[in-house]
Design a protein. Structure first.
Length: 194
């Protein structure tokens, strides 16, 4: 454990605030002007509850950084309330509440391997890529008419999540999605193996 100054906050860091462990989702430092000091705007996720807390820190604030242990584990299944992961070496299984995982719980795929973070032997969450590639399973036929570029349509992905996509996307295409927001980014460059 160490101490970090507020302007040094970076996404992915873990902090202990008021006895709880938080993960930094976003952190932006804004320099002050004149006699006004700068400020760091941070969005934090409570690793015990999954709740988001937006907070401002003064530049002179010192925060306790927490080192989390990481183990690469395989996602097995979810039962709606919790997701189960297994250590592929020891076969030990751990459960993490889906509300604690936040939006990433919707994008977990069977046999996916990813780092699970632990503190004091307790699983807290997973390190998930910010962007995933998902196949579109259902959407209205593609539209290629002039002037329809700003009209988006609904699409259902292979994980049954519904998002908005541009009109030219067809069923079966693989697209890139931002996990935290569920936002369409672009078509995937390479076709994903089924």
């Amino acid at each position: 454990m160490g101490v970090v100054a507020a302007p040094e906050l970076r996404p992915g860091m873990a902090l202990r605030l008021e006895g709880e462990i938080y993960k930094v989702v976003t952190a932006d430092y804004h320099a002050g002007g004149g006699k006004m000091p700068g400020v760091t705007h941070a969005k934090l996720r409570n690793l015990a509850t999954g709740a988001i807390w937006e907070r401002r820190f003064r530049p002179d604030e010192r925060l306790e950084e927490v080192e989390l242990e990481r183990q690469t584990m395989q996602f097995l299944y979810t039962d709606g309330e919790a997701s189960t992961f297994m250590n592929p070496v020891t076969f030990e299984q751990v459960e993490i509440a889906n509300e604690r995982l936040g939006p990433v719980a919707r994008y977990l795929q069977p046999e996916m391997t990813l780092p699970v973070e632990f503190s004091a032997g307790q699983p807290l969450g997973v390190v998930f890529p910010p962007v995933v590639e998902m196949r579109v399973t259902d959407t209205p036929p593609p539209v290629h008419s002039p002037g329809s570029d700003n009209v988006w349509k609904e699409a259902t992905l292979e994980n049954r999540v519904t998002i908005q996509v541009p009109p030219f996307i067809a069923p079966g295409e693989v697209i890139r999605v931002e996990v935290q927001t569920g936002t369409y980014l672009e078509r995937a460059k390479t076709e994903k193996k089924k």
